[in-house]
Design a protein around this ligand. Structure first.
Ligand code: PLP
Length: 391
């Protein structure tokens, strides 16, 4: 096997242009070449996130971006709303609690989205809440929130809005400024077709002003200091220059395709994947209407957690197809397909064909071809048949 089909929801496969871009020599991160590089990146992210805000680039994984939002906006003891639909929403709430915020948790069951009316009710009950934290796309369950509706509620009540768009930005429709998002976080290893290592955090003026008054301890992720450096076309610490090169190339590829075309491709591929897996009698975790364009969570084809593990291992070792398992309480109950970044229709068909073959190999299904046929029908816009008799 020459290469794996890496289809976890990040890190993603990298285009060869991106891989090659990282072999360039190091440059002085206090010199003019780096200034040009960071300017280009910031312009690219402003384009992709549809924002005129400052875009701060921190050397860290996405979780660092979540922590940055919390430590800059919160003060110990401050009542704060965290909306969570799974592992990553919980992580943000746990960060808030670690920094001693008085966390109000609005939780949706696995597979369900946040109801904007619940957000409104909580904000009405607790008028002292100043900031709302919400996940755009919950990678652990494959659920996408109705972000425009939630943003309308939060901004309608004059609150600050922080959004974890780590696994949605650059793939799914997002208009940061139009929605009034004050802090938006994403990560280099997701839709941006780059390796892990950079947290991208778009911060507006209201958030900077609030941060100046908030009193949580902070050092590495200090928005004000990072902005001071970035205004001089530098970063505070030594940046991961090679990941910056990769992001620059990834953004260039996205610009060539066009932002709305990138969104449309993700939407189309997600549909092919969903039609394919449901055609072979598998069930999706996410409720209808909130199914993610970047990750699909699928209920296990077997009651046995052990057999599910064997199934994923079989796909990996026999066919090189790497899929993700469930996290936390969903471990052993679901598996997940990442379909973000560098992915096209041919990849979707390959994933479906290998998935189906793996099920047949394991004795969990008796024939192949249904998934790809259903995906093809969906691609042609033809009505998709009822799930075939399976087994
Ligand atoms: N938020 C979401 C929605 C994610 O999908 C992830 C990672 O998968 C994170 C946060 C955390 O990012 P990282 O693992 O890069 O720290």
């Amino acid at each position: 096997m020459f290469e794996q089909q890496l289809r976890v929801p990040g890190p993603t496969p990298l285009p060869s242009r991106v891989l090659r871009s990282q072999s360039r020599p190091m440059i002085d991160h206090r010199g003019p070449e780096f200034a040009a590089l960071i300017d280009d990146l910031v312009a690219g992210f402003r384009w992709a996130l549809r924002t005129d805000n400052d875009v701060l680039l921190f050397p860290s994984s996405g979780t660092g971006g979540l922590e940055a939002a919390a430590v800059n906006l919160l003060s110990p003891g401050e009542r704060t709303l965290f909306c969570t639909m799974g592992a990553f929403g919980d992580r943000w709430a746990n960060i808030g609690a670690a920094y001693r915020a008085d966390v109000v948790r609005l939780s949706a069951s696995p597979g369900e989205a946040i109801d904007p009316e619940d957000v409104d009710r909580i904000l009405a009950e607790h008028s002292d809440i100043a900031t709302v934290f919400v996940t755009h796309n919950e990678t652990s369950t494959g659920v996408v929130n109705d972000l425009p509706a939630i943003a309308a509620v939060v901004k309608g009540r004059g609150k600050l809005l922080c959004v974890d768009s780590v696994s949605a930005a650059g793939c799914m429709p997002l208009d940061t400024d139009q929605l009034g998002i004050d802090v938006l976080v994403t990560g280099s290893q997701k839709g941006w077709m780059a390796p892990p290592g950079v947290a991208i955090v778009a911060v507006n003026r209201a958030a900077f002003e609030h941060a100046a008054k908030a009193s949580c301890p902070r050092f590495y992720f200090d928005f004000a200091r990072e902005k001071k450096y970035q205004d001089r076309h530098q970063t505070f610490t030594t940046p991961p220059v090679s990941v910056f090169y990769a992001l620059q190339e990834g953004l260039a590829i996205m610009r060539e395709e066009g932002l709305e075309a990138v969104w449309a491709r993700h939407s189309r591929i997600a549909k092919l994947i969903r039609e394919g897996v449901t055609a072979i009698g598998l069930r999706l975790l996410a409720v209808e209407g909130h199914r993610s364009d970047t990750v699909t969570a699928i209920l296990s084809p077997t009651e046995s957690a052990e057999q599910l593990k064997e199934f994923r291992a079989h796909l990996r070792t026999t066919y090189g197809l790497v899929l993700a398992g469930g996290q936390g309480e969903l471990d052993g109950k679901i598996f997940r397909i990442g379909h973000l970044g560098m992915i096209d229709d041919a990849d979707a068909y390959a994933i479906l064909a290998l998935l189906e073959q793996g099920l047949v190999d394991m004795g969990l299904r008796s024939r192949v071809g249904l998934a790809t046929a259903a995906a093809q029908a969906a691609a042609r816009g033809a009505p998709v048949a009822e799930p075939a008799a399976v087994g």
